[in-house]
Design a binder for this molecule. Sequence first.
Ligand SMILES: [Zn+2]
Length: 398
Amino acid sequence: MLINGSISIQDQSMPVQNQIRPLRSCLLSKKVNGNYVLCIKNSMYPNCINYNVKNLEAVHAKFAKEGKITLRFKQPKHQISVKADDTKMLLMFLRQLEDIIKGKDVKIGTRLIPNKVPAKKDVNRFDPAAREFKAVDRFDRRVLNMRQLNSLILENCVLPTLPEQIGDLPISFLSLAGSKLATSSQYDQDIFWDWMSKTTIGNTLKNLNIDSVNLTIVPFEIMFLRNLQSLSLTKNKLTHLPDCIGELDKLHSLSLSDNKLRFMPARLSLKEFLLLDLAQNNFLNYQQDIDILDKFHENCKNVAREWGTPLSYKNLVSLSICSIIRDHVTFSRKNIPRTLWHLFDTVGRCGTCKKIVPYECFTSLIYFRDPQAREYKCSISKTIPWLQLLCFKCVVLL
Ligand SMILES: [Zn+2]
């Protein structure tokens, strides 16, 4: 029987040695000329050291269920501590050893000791009961069997797709930072986020990290993650945030440094953040833009007059989109026509009447004010530009 693991060999005939370093080793039981022999191979004994089982003085197996045993030989006077990679194999080995000691005729396979001591394998990598999983270079579908997963780290991986079943895992922390996400087509980029539409993850996810993935647009499905408290989107290529990010009532930490943001959605201006990081962005300049604000404002009113209030809600598609968002209906992007996808990116809530309004029924204006955050980072002055949406009904009243 072959056991792989870490083994330390202490020569008890020598004066007390301080620390005996365990080495990656193989332990093989075999029968040589009618004698049962335990053979150990590692970097200290590349040609193996053999122990006759007849010389075995004691076996300490108190921690065998944790994969650890100690064997003491009288000739040579060695104490051998074994930490096996596979606990089940070690328990079988112990049973075999017990039979040999009892004098039974034990049949031993003729397996040879490997040429090379195998490196440690993480045998519990896909333990279905694990609470945390960190991928090495790619996503492995076996993760989907880990039904008690709390933390999923898919950093610096190649992720052409993410199965939507991830959304069925009860995770509270997810990081995709530094990974290579779908970039082959806009379609791939859009459906990459289907997992956000799942009920389970919508209830459990509190921390989401999507740093450094070349993100150009925040998917509208983010609004389904209603328990999200902390969102990090640093080092991306975002020029704006979707207005629907304001639907995330529990969000208190938002990191957006190192993007290309021109302004922030006004719905976040009244929110009190614990952390708001806006450093390294392209925010509109206060002095430069204040002059055009009045003009802009006047234009908004004119547009509103042209459209007229009664027109605002005649479009059935717009009406249904607004009710879907208002009533917190969760849906999967793939279940609605592709031609409607962009409408969800542009829908917003009127800053005055707070109604959800489709893009053809609102206008916008920019104003400057200080954000509210206990910890605030920004490379320009504290005051930043906010984009306020106004439905035509309200803009006429301005
Ligand atoms: Zn309004």
